[in-house]
Design a protein around this ligand. Structure first.
Ligand SMILES: N=CN[C@@H](CCC(=O)O)C(=O)O
Ligand SMILES: [Zn+2]
Length: 416
C-alpha cells in the first residue's frame, strides 16, 4: 500500500538519521520543509522532500495537504499504564495537606495500588489497560513503555507483564499496533510483609521474579524506584546487575524527592535512562553531562504532586541528553496525554517548543531505544505520524494547553 501526501504546508522533524540523541544547541533546531511531499509505502517512509523537487510517485492514495502540518508521532518512554484502580481518595487527602510521602507511609500509594491489583483478574486488567492505550494513541503517542510494579508478588508482577505482552500483540481496541516495551519494576516498593525483611524481598525479586520473567521473555528492561524509604543505591545496583545477567538493560526512577547519588551509579552501570530528576545536585549534573544515559523529565508528575520541575534547560546547557515522558500512573500522574506534557514543558520548565518537541520525539525514541524506527521523518522509519490542520507551526501544540488539536494520527501508514 502506498500513500502520497502532497503540498504539505510544513513537514516537521525531518532528519537524515537520528543515530545519536540531541544535545546542547542541537536541541534548538527543529528541521522542517515547507511545501513538502511525503511518500509512504507498506507502513514506512519511502521518500520526502520539497514540492519544488517533486517527481510523480506511484501511489494508491493521494492527499492534498495544503493546510496541514505533519510531524512524527510522540514516543512515551515512561508509563505505568497497567493498573487496577484510580486513587482519588489520596488526591483529596493531598488537597487537605497530606504529602505524597505521608500518604505512602500510611499504607497508601503504591501499596494501595498493589492491593487492588491483586484482586483483579488478568483479563479485567487487560481490558482496562487497552482502553487507556486507545486513549493515548488517539492523543498522538505512537510508541510506549509500560512498567509493572503494582504487583509486588511473583504472581501479580507476572500478571501485569503478561497483560503488557498481550497489548504488544493485540494493540488497541481497533487493532492498531504500536511498539511497546515492557519494564519489570518489582522494586517499586517493599510489600508490607517484607517491611522488616528487605533482604527477603530483594531475594524474591532476584531469585524468583527475574528468572520467571526471563523464561517467559516478559520484559525488555528492569527498573528500580531508588529513593528514601524505598530502594537504596546499593539495592538498585544489585537489581540492575541481576537484570543484566538476563539481558535486561535498566531504566530507573531516581531523584524524585532526594538526591542520593543514584544518577552517578546508574550512569556507571550503563542505564538507558534515569527518570524523574526533580531534585538535582551539582554531582548529578556532572554525572549526566555527556553521558549516553538519557535524562527523562516527567513534568505532569510535578504538576500533579506540586513538586519542583526537573531543571531541563540547565541540563541541556550542560550537554545532557534530555527527553520528556508522561509517567502515566494512578498515584502521581493520572494522565498519559503528551500534549499536556508538551505544554507543561514550555510553560513550567521554560523549554522552547523546539526543545520540548525534540525531547518528545528524537530523544524520547532514544530513551526507548526505538530511534532506528521512530522519532523523526527519516527514510526507512515507520510512518507513525501526527497531522494538524490550520495551525501555523509547532508552538500551536503547547499553546493550546489542555486540548488535543491533532487532526489525525497515522500508525504504520494507516489513519487510525
Ligand atoms: N515514583 C514512583 N513511581 C510512580 C508513582 C507511583 C504511585 O504513586 O503509584 C512515579 O513514577 O511517579
Ligand atoms: Zn514512574
Amino acid at each position: 500500500m502506498s500513500i502520497l501526501f502532497t503540498n504539505i504546508k510544513e513537514l516537521l522533524q525531518v532528519r537524515e538519521h537520528t543515530n545519536e540523541p540531541l544535545r546542547g544547541k542541537e536541541m534548538d533546531d527543529l528541521p522542517s520543509i515547507k511545501n513538502a511531499y511525503l511518500w509512504l509505502e507498506d507502513g514506512l517512509i519511502k521518500d520526502y522532500g520539497s514540492m519544488d523537487d517533486f517527481l510523480p510517485h506511484p501511489a494508491e492514495e493521494v492527499y492534498d495537504c495544503t493546510d496541514k502540518i505533519i510531524t512524527p508521532g510522540y514516543v512515551d518512554s515512561h508509563t505505568h499504564l497497567v493498573f487496577a484502580a484510580t486513587r482519588e481518595r489520596e488526591f483529596e487527602d493531598r488537597i487537605h495537606g497530606l504529602t505524597y510521602e505521608e500518604i505512602a507511609a500510611r499504607g497508601g500509594g503504591i501499596l494501595n495500588s498493589a492491593a487492588s491489583l491483586e484482586k483483579m483478574t488478568e483479563d479485567e486488567l487487560y481490558e482496562q489497560a487497552r482502553l487507556r492505550l486507545d486513549n493515548v494513541v488517539a492523543q498522538g503517542t505512537t510508541a510506549i513503555e509500560i512498567k509493572s510494579g503494582y504487583g509486588l508478588s511473583v504472581e501479580s508482577e507476572l500478571k501485569i507483564l503478561r497483560v503488557i505482552s498481550r497489548l504488544k500483540k493485540s494493540g488497541t481496541s481497533n487493532n492498531c499496533i504500536i511498539p511497546i516495551k515492557a519494564t519489570f519494576l518489582g522494586a517499586h516498593a517493599f510489600p508490607v510483609k517484607y517491611k522488616e525483611n528487605r533482604e527477603g524481598y530483594i531475594k524474591l525479586i532476584i531469585e524468583e521474579m527475574l528468572p520467571k520473567i526471563a523464561e517467559e521473555q516478559l520484559a525488555d528492561y528492569v527498573d528500580v524506584f531508588c529513593e528514601k524509604n524505598y530502594f537504596t543505591v546499593d539495592e538498585m545496583l544489585r537489581i540492575i546487575e541481576a537484570g543484566s545477567a538476563y539481558g535486561l538493560k535498566s531504566k530507573v526512577h531516581v531523584n524524585q524527592f532526594t538526591s542520593l547519588g543514584a544518577i552517578d551509579a546508574a550512569v556507571k552501570a550503563g542505564a538507558v535512562s534515569v527518570d524523574h530528576l526533580e531534585v538535582m545536585g551539582n554531582e548529578d549534573f556532572t554525572a549526566l553531562s555527556g553521558a549516553k544515559t538519557i535524562a527523562t523529565a516527567l513534568p505532569s508528575c510535578s504538576f500533579f504532586l506540586g513538586l519542583d520541575y526537573a531543571p531541563v534547560n540547565e541540563m541541556i546547557d550542560q550537554n545532557v541528553a534530555v527527553s520528556l515522558a508522561s509517567d502515566y500512573n494512578p498515584g502521581s500522574t493520572p494522565s498519559g496525554n503528551l500534549n499536556f506534557v508538551f505544554s507543561l514543558a514550555c510553560i513550567k520548565m521554560r523549554m522552547t517548543p523546539q526543545r520540548a518537541f525534540n525531547a518528545l520525539t528524537v530523544n524520547a525514541a532514544h530513551a526507548l531505544e526505538v530511534h532506528d524506527e521512530l522519532g523523526s521523518i527519516t527514510i526507512g522509519k515507520r510512518a507513525n505520524l501526527m497531522v494538524f490542520k490550520n495551525i501555523d507551526g509547532i508552538a500551536a501544540l503547547p499553546y493550546n494547553f489542555g486540548q488535543v488539536i491533532i487532526d489525525q494520527v497515522v500508525v504504520d501508514g494507516e489513519f487510525i
